[in-house]
Design a protein. Sequence first.
Length: 165
Amino acid sequence: MKKIVTLVSSVTLVAVLSGCSSIVSKSDYAVAISSSPESANFFVTDKYGQEIHSGLTPETITLSSSSGYFSGASYTIKFTKEGYPDKVFTLRSDIDGWYFGNILFGGLIGMLVVDPATGAMYNLPERVNVSLGNPVSYMPENLTIASIDDLTEDQRARLVFIEGN
C-alpha cells in the first residue's frame, strides 16, 4: 500500500510541477528550408535583426520556438539567387495546442511558469518553401544611352514607336 501511495504521489507531483507542453512537445524544432528553384542562398535573422544562420536550399535547420518568457519567436528568412528577385519570408511561432493541456494536467504552475519558461508553449512549422518567381532579365553592363540625334539614318529607320499613356 505504501508503494502505491508513493507512486501516486510521485505521478501527481510530476504532473503538478511540470507543464503539459514541456512533457509532450519541445522548444527547438527542425525546420526544412526550401526554395523553387533550389540552390538559393538564405539568411535567417531573429527578431532582433541578428543573423543566426545562413545556408543553401534545401537545408534543415533547428530553431527555437521561443524568444523569452511568454514571447514567441519570429524569424525573417531572406532568399537570394542570381537571376531572381530576392524574397523575404517571416516565420512566426504559434501557441502549441498541448499548452492548453495544462488546464487538465499541468495546472497553473505548468501554464504560467514551466511551459512559458522552457518555450514549450510555442511551436514552429516543419517546413518553409518559397517560390522565387520568374527570372529577372538584366540589362547589359555596358549600356549606352544616346540621343536620337546621335543615330544614323539607317538606325532611325529601324526605330519602333511605342505609344505611352
